[in-house]
Design a protein around this ligand. Structure first.
Ligand code: UFG
Length: 399
């Protein structure tokens, strides 16, 4: 129920729809607030003599990023700000750290209101809607590890579904319009054919995590059909990896990493003794699972494209889905070898039993995102694996 506003921002005045709007004051931040006001004023003054920019700021708006301190949320916040949006972050820091928001602020130079609240806590979440004037929200506030979800299914159902239901209810209650949803290729289950398109049938999910993503998509599809004011885009991510080119933000899992690349980088850094490769006896060319690894900054840009599409009224349907992947399938063993090659490091690894809930192979046909959304993955897997290692080295102070 508690809502805490982190003192890393200045928000007593903000530009909304081209006008300055007074918000609550935070006395401890007087200096920052004064600076922010000056910046806002400057922005307004310079815009008044430039009608093209003026129409741009009228078009741009504020986006609520639920889970904005997390891995994909923090990278998306950077790209939204780069694209000219204002951002408000809400996060419960269950699997993230405030330092990510501070570093986003360093990268962008923007003042970012960051509210510590749990999106599953309706009263706390409502206060965010009462305080901030945004018309679009992105839902990242969910747990995301396939293996963990098999061990703790109720945690996944409660967290992932409640936070989204609350968001949908509040968007309606406050007359806000656009929701981008962080979906996943796990909604396809174990596909019969590769690569998967958005028309590939969703088969039964292989894990509670995957099931929460299928159910969440259904919540959105049905809500948009029932409530005229809502629009939504579900982005079905393939496997996000890597870090921001600045190495100031990246994946920061709490405790033992559940996902492959943070386990790889922590093993290379000597924090984990040995990487386990879960299964080398699958029906794939080298026996290990195949995924479509997508650079996190590329993925972040897909969110900007989705927000732009809704804000600019370009959606063809009020609920749309897009695959966000590269179109390239890479096995776990190939990825591990590439990481060693690109970064010139030796990785201690062993073959371990299969992990429950794993899909054997999946990669994207990203044609719809490329042509309709106007988004395309740009970074190579080599660049991405180098960025993942640069981030781990930065974190651990390794030269
Ligand atoms: N793997 C290992 N060893 C590890 C961790 C993972 O061999 O220590 C293997 C897995 O078995 C799998 C592959 O590496 O074959 C990728 O596993 P991840 O846990 O990194 O990723 P998943 O494919 O299970 O799921 C991830 C995210 C989800 C996301 C999904 C696709 O966890 O949030 O990609 O979008 F939804």
């Amino acid at each position: 129920m508690e809502v805490r506003t982190r003192k890393i921002k200045a928000e007593d005045y903000q530009i909304r729809g081209g006008r300055m709007k007074k918000c609550k004051k935070n006395r401890k931040n007087v200096k920052k607030i004064t600076l922010a006001n000056q910046l806002s004023l400057k922005k307004l003054l310079s815009l008044s003599s430039n009608s093209e920019n003026n129409s741009q700021i009228m078009k741009k708006e504020c986006v609520l990023v639920c889970g904005g301190a997390g891995y994909i949320g923090s990278h998306t916040t950077v790209e939204l700000i780069n694209a000219g949006y204002d951002v408000v972050v809400v996060d419960n820091f269950s699997n993230s750290d405030i330092s990510a928001v501070e570093n986003v602020r360093k990268i962008t130079g923007a003042e970012i209101p960051c509210i510590e609240a749990d999106c599953c806590d309706m009263e706390a979440f409502r206060k965010v809607f009462e305080k901030y004037d945004f018309n679009s929200a992105i839902h990242f506030a969910a747990s995301k590890a396939v293996g963990e979800s098999v061990q703790k299914p109720m945690m996944y159902y409660r967290n992932n579904l409640t936070s989204l239901m609350n968001l949908i209810d509040l968007m309606r209650e406050f007359g806000r319009q656009n929701i981008v949803f962080s979906s996943s290729c796990t909604v396809y289950g174990e596909p019969d054919k590769q690569p998967v398109t958005e028309l590939t049938p969703r088969k039964p999910a292989t894990s509670p995590y995957g099931n929460t993503k299928q159910i969440s998509e259904d919540f959105l599809r049905d809500s948009v059909a029932a409530y005229e004011g809502l629009k939504s885009i579900a982005l079905r991510y393939f496997n996000p990896i890597g870090a921001h080119p600045s190495a100031l933000i990246g994946e920061l899992p709490r405790g033992v990493p559940q996902n492959l690349v943070p386990y790889v980088t922590q093993t290379a850094a000597g924090i984990r003794e040995c990487l386990s490769i879960f299964g080398d006896d699958y029906n794939t060319p080298d026996g290990s699972c195949i995924r479509d690894y997508i650079d996190v900054t590329d993925l972040a840009k897909a969110h900007v494209a989705a927000i732009n599409r809704m804000v600019e009224g370009k959606s063809e349907e009020r609920y749309e889905v897009f695959n966000v992947g590269t179109g390239r399938g890479v096995s776990v063993l190939e990825l591990v070898n590439k990481f060693q090659e690109v970064n010139n490091v030796k990785l201690n690894y062993k073959i371990a039993p299969r992990r429950a809930g794993d899909i054997i192979a999946i990669w994207a046909d990203p044609t719809r995102a490329n042509t309709v959304l106007g988004w395309k993955a740009e970074r190579t897997i080599e660049e991405t694996l180098a960025s993942a290692w640069a981030w781990e080295k930065h974190l651990r102070g390794i030269k």
